[in-house]
Design a protein around this ligand. Structure first.
Ligand code: IMP
Ligand code: MG
Length: 178
């Protein structure tokens, strides 16, 4: 881990308020239906739980895990499924919930893979979007809480070497030269 400091970017109140808005939007869009949230471990967990708590329609959830990052802050570009879902998604209204879309490789890989399982519908919801870093350009993000600049961000599920996932706000990691 390099020497660094975490600086607040989006406050706890702002994150929570925006999640309530997106939860209301999803509840409205899926009125009369049941939504199956798929969280990508581990980063999406705080966001998914907060989002689900604020939704007013029936919700079920499942989780899967994949790796695209090593232990550092730069993606090596290879996505690997490390834990599959517990239940089939055929015929279900699925929303994949992510902490952040960066290169877009993770979601592009997951979307293609999940579509082969024939859900009734498949949408993407992310807490943060870093469009400046996109490598896979044709990713459609259906619900996004915040656009963030090209910086390394932590908190609300996002980590730097597994740390800071528990911060209740979004911070930027400033690396210090010594
Ligand atoms: P993508 O496949 O490049 O879109 O990367 C998505 C994954 O990379 C996310 O689920 C995060 O785990 C990780 N990631 C990307 N950018 C950041 C960041 O700024 N902070 C922490 N994790 C990040
Ligand atoms: Mg992640």
């Amino acid at each position: 881990m390099r020497k660094h400091k975490v600086r607040m970017l989006i406050s706890e109140a702002a994150v929570d308020a925006r999640i309530r808005e997106v939860a209301a939007e999803i509840s409205h869009d899926y009125a009369g239906k049941k939504v199956h949230l798929i969280g990508i471990l581990k980063g999406s967990v705080p966001f998914l739980t907060e989002l689900a708590k604020r939704m007013t329609i029936p919700v079920t959830m499942d989780f899967m895990s994949c790796s695209s990052y090593g232990s550092g802050t730069v993606s090596h570009g290879v996505v690997r499924l490390t834990k599959d879902l517990d239940e089939p998604i055929e015929g279900r209204e699925v929303i994949v919930v992510e902490d952040i879309i960066d290169s877009g490789r993770t979601l592009s890989y997951l979307k293609t893979m999940l579509e082969t399982r024939h859900p009734a519908s498949l949408r993407l919801c992310t807490l943060l979007d870093k469009p400046a870093c996109r490598v896979v350009k044709d990713i459609q993000v259906d619900y996004s809480c915040f656009i963030v600049p090209d910086a390394f961000v932590v908190g609300y599920g996002l980590d730097y070497d597994q740390q800071y996932r528990n911060l209740p706000y979004i911070g930027v990691v400033d690396f210090i030269k010594d």
